[in-house]
Ligand binder design. Structure first.
Ligand SMILES: [Zn+2]
Length: 281
């Protein structure tokens, strides 16, 4: 069915340029797809623990959603990493270092560490140690032009570098803006730094923190970024898991962003994968 859906989307948007505003020229076929997708997700994923936004990856149009106050900024954890990486790139001629992650000793979430990581693997495995290193010299002031270009809210001017690495709860971003920032990433795929980031997201789907997405799909072919952040809604949990998944990887047609209450990001990726599979069915 995904093929049918993708043909629908192609037909419905032919003649429109990417970036067409939400309400412009919404066609009947696209409405039908949106209705079918919304109904499928509503029927099969009823848990209130799951929030989601489903967007047409080329137009930014909402196809389906269930997310209370998606415009209200909340902590989104490691979902910021691609944009922080590009802010770092602007400052360093897009030359990215390699780094030896030694786990707990260098401040990573994976106790045994990720070993030698470059930007692509740091995105794929969401290595905190790598991002602690590249944000050590990054400030809100020098990173803000890049972050603003992607439409993201900025952290407080005096925010610590750890905040820019996606750690803690001080950097709050609207989920809606974050979903659109990932679409902007796709539009800028030929630009310096973006290629490595997108390779990292493909690697994430294959064997990184987003591997549950590809595992759920009959034809694995996604770009994924996961994140875990302090929970901001009730009933309160210790943390919420996030995943942004785009498919197909080479020319994304849909973007699904999910939040799953009380689980880590890698597990939210499993929910995202199951939702995409249902839509494909
Ligand atoms: Zn690491």
């Amino acid at each position: 069915m995904l093929t049918v859906i993708l043909i629908w989307l192609s037909l419905s948007s032919s003649g429109e340029r990417a970036g067409t505003p939400l309400s412009a020229g919404r066609s009947t076929s696209q409405s039908l797809f949106a209705q079918a997708a919304a109904e499928t997700l509503r029927r099969n994923f009823q848990s209130r623990d799951i929030s989601f936004l489903l967007l047409d990856a080329r137009t930014g149009e909402f196809l389906a959603s269930r997310w209370d106050h998606p415009a209200t900024p909340i902590p989104l954890g490691s979902l910021v990493k691609p944009f922080t990486a590009l802010a770092y790139g602007e400052q360093h001629d897009f030359k990215y270092p390699t780094h030896n992650c030694r786990g707990t000793a260098t401040g990573c979430w994976l106790p045994r560490g990720h070993g030698d990581v470059d930007l692509t693997s740091a995105i794929a495995y969401s290595c905190n140690s790598y991002f602690r290193m590249i944000t050590a010299s990054l400030t809100v002031a020098n990173g803000s032009p890049t972050l603003a270009r992607f439409g993201l809210e900025l952290p407080d001017a005096e925010a610590a570098s750890l905040t820019l690495a996606g750690l803690g709860n001080h950097w709050r971003i609207s989920p809606l803006h974050m979903a659109r920032a990932y679409l902007e990433l796709i539009r800028r795929r030929e630009q310096p730094g973006v290629r490595e980031v997108l390779e990292g997201m493909a690697e994430s789907a294959r064997r990184g923190s987003g591997a549950e997405v590809d595992r759920a799909l009959p034809f694995p072919n996604a770009l994924v970024k996961t994140g875990t952040a302090p929970c901001t809604h009730s009933p309160h949990a210790s943390g919420d898991g996030f995943a942004v998944a785009l498919t197909p990887a080479d020319q994304p047609q849909i973007l699904l962003m999910v939040r799953v209450h009380g689980v880590p990001g890698a597990q939210a990726a499993k929910t995202a994968g199951n939702m995409l599979r249902r839509i494909e069915d």
